[in-house]
Unconditional design. Structure first.
Length: 184
């Protein structure tokens, strides 16, 4: 039942994947809807899907930060959501944060798009670890549409893969994030 909690943390990791698109100026997330998704697989074709739409983007000129409030993630099942939040200890660690050096990000020119991989650091469940993520970015008049993805091994952040009735999800979770940011 804790499987969903682990997935929420992975969602924050995915947010980090979107950071490379923002390297040329101080970025600010626009009011366009954001999307956070995570997928955990289990035996016998079991698939747990989660989603959210809350995230913030910060940029101090040297580091881009993507923050996701874990409490905002949902699997559309109240009991699973509760177990996820307990596993992620959201009362103790309410956010997951991805930080990326601006110099490690590639930004497309206006009217252009690109795909890239970048390193970053992910804070999840009270632990910060280095991560790699891939992202696609498209610049439309200074609005950078970003889609990032990252596989996350929850055990590296001290999270035990959740199980229910002796059936556990795999320790690897896929996180996808999409948002639009603008240079300010």
């Amino acid at each position: 039942m804790m499987t969903f909690s682990h997935l929420t943390r992975f969602v924050f990791l995915v947010s980090a994947l979107c950071l490379p698109c923002l390297a040329d100026a101080k970025l600010v997330r626009t009011t366009d809807p954001a999307k956070v998704e995570f997928v955990a697989l289990g035996p016998l074709g079991i698939q747990v899907n989660g989603h959210g739409s809350e995230l913030s983007v910060g940029d101090d000129g040297t580091t881009v930060t993507v923050t996701i409030p874990l409490q905002s993630l949902s699997t559309d099942n109240g009991l699973r959501d509760r177990h996820m939040r307990e596993a992620l200890e959201t009362s103790k660690y309410p956010n997951t944060v991805l930080t990326v050096a601006r110099g490690d990000l590639k930004f497309p020119a206006d009217g252009q798009s690109l795909s890239a991989t970048a390193p970053g650091n992910l804070f999840l469940h009270g632990v910060t670890k280095p991560v790699q993520f891939t992202y696609d970015a498209q610049n439309a008049g200074g609005a950078i549409q970003t889609k990032g993805r990252m596989p996350v091994d929850m055990t590296l952040w001290g999270i035990t893969p959740p199980s229910y009735a002796k059936i556990a999800v795999d320790r690897n979770v896929t996180v996808n994030v999409a948002f639009v940011a603008a240079d300010r």
